[in-house]
Design a protein around this ligand. Structure first.
Ligand code: 9WN
Length: 437
């Protein structure tokens, strides 16, 4: 039987999950599967912590940005030195990150993830005053500390990672997308050698703690490891990426987050009295134009990932192609088309990670079919940005129902809604708080 006040119930359980996953310095995505700090997870956690503990939201963001590299990249994982090497694979030793001046005590990877942090910082700031004058003052100080670091993160992605010369950031590894084994990468990955012998040397820790049918396959992992080795052995340099690296892809979701970050930076610059607000808005417009120009396929009427090396668009319809809906400057024809696609038999709201009608759809395998709360949260933002209040509210209620009935799981079965992956997952809990508020 459902509790008489499901909202209060959900609020309590979400807060509990965030408390349990707090290490004292940062929030882990999940105690079972991901024992370190992940980049975009930190941003989503902060969006929820804004309601219940803004001090912890700022601490979380600070912990991550203390590990920022001098070139501006914010690592996709910052390792906890107190966690044993074999608690997560690939652990710190695999990455061999070069020493640099001011390098933090915690090791990291050399990859990135979608830059959700400017939006998160803006959201935490926006809600700070509700926690009193001290919280409002702290928010201002934290924003001031973060702003130049957020700008450096955007500059790294916008300059060093513009491998296609198109005004878009490229990812050099599926892990950078956050949507690891999405079918969006299948075509580009087919050109990456899968050296299965790499797996003889290493142990896939993820398979000790989760169901192998839910996780990326061994041949995916062989390619993932080979890609890290190539990027790592080139010193994590981004020079001539398209010539030297076998996986260089422009993702519509990653670049939508990049544009959204510029818009959040425009707001932050306004509050801090920096003259750059206009420049941030111009950058967001430039990225929006490039996404539309480079990643829209007029044949399929959808956004697709582009393989910079081959120049080809991925033929797959996946949820990342819906996310440009979050761009305020997207033209109304494309907005209508995306909303219709989101509600069509391919997806349906809440949207699964992949086209339900396509051959690559797999209802339990990670980013190839299940429903994820964070991408649906972004979709809902897109609906709101374009004034689709009814659809946005319907989606909000459906997401809350899903989590309330099944728990704060990492992802959900797109058929029966059952919880999959890690239980007590931070971004599911954090975004539930935002959806409830
Ligand atoms: C690799 C932590 C991360 C998320 C990603 C998700 C998954 C890692 C993994 O977990 O990726 O980075 O081991 O599978 O795909 O989005 O940030 O929650």
């Amino acid at each position: 039987m459902e509790s008489p006040d499901p909202s209060a119930d959900l609020w309590r359980s979400a807060t509990r999950v965030l408390d349990q996953n707090w290490t004292g310095r940062y929030t882990v995505p999940s105690r079972t599967l991901y024992p370190h700090q992940w980049s975009w997870d930190t941003a989503f956690a902060a969006i929820g912590l804004a309601y219940v503990n803004p001090g912890r939201a700022w601490r979380d963001l600070r912990s991550l940005f203390e590990a920022q590299w001098p070139d501006g990249r914010v690592p996709h994982i910052v390792f906890d030195p107190d966690v044993p090497e074999d608690a997560y694979f690939p652990g710190p030793r695999f990455w061999r990150v070069p020493a640099y001046a001011g390098r933090p005590a915690r090791g990291s990877t050399g990859l990135v993830q979608p830059p959700m942090h400017a939006l998160a910082a803006w959201e935490v700031y926006r809600h700070a005053a509700a926690h009193g004058a001290d919280a409002a003052q702290q928010a201002r100080v934290e924003l001031d500390w973060l702003y130049p670091r957020l700008v450096a993160q955007q500059e790294f992605l916008g300059d060093r990672r513009d491998a296609g010369g198109s005004g878009l950031a490229s990812i050099v590894h599926p892990w950078e997308s956050g949507l690891d084994n999405s079918p969006a990468w299948d075509d580009a990955l087919a050109a990456v050698p899968a050296d299965m012998s790499l797996l003889d040397t290493y142990h896939r820790r993820d398979l000790d703690v989760s169901d192998a049918t839910h996780r990326p396959t061994d041949s995916d992992y062989a390619r993932y490891l080979g890609l890290v080795e190539n990027y790592r052995d080139g010193g994590y340099s981004d020079n001539d990426l398209a010539l030297r690296h076998p996986f260089v892809v422009e993702c519509p979701a990653f670049n939508t987050v990049l544009a959204t970050a510029e818009l959040a930076l425009a707001q932050i610059a306004g509050v801090l009295g920096h003259p750059a607000a206009h420049r941030h808005r111009e950058r967001a417009q430039g990225i929006t134009a490039a996404i539309t120009h480079r990643l829209w396929d007029p044949e399929s009427n959808f956004f697709h990932a582009r393989d910079v090396r081959s120049g080809r668009l991925s033929p797959e319809h996946v949820v990342s192609g819906l996310l440009p809906l979050a761009l305020p400057d997207l033209d109304s024809r494309r907005v209508d088309t995306l909303v219709a696609a989101a509600k069509s038999a391919r997806f349906g709201l809440p949207a699964p990670a992949n086209d339900r009608t396509g051959p690559s759809f797999d209802p339990v395998r990670y980013w190839r079919g299940p429903i994820w709360i964070n991408v649906n949260w972004l979709l809902r933002r897109g609906l709101l940005v374009h004034g689709r209040r009814d659809e946005a509210d319907e989606l909000r209620r459906a997401l809350l129902r899903l989590v309330h009935r099944n728990g704060h799981y990492e992802y959900f079965h797109p058929g029966d809604g059952s919880g999959l992956g890690a239980p007590a997952f931070s971004w599911t809990a954090a975004l539930s708080l935002d959806l409830l508020a």
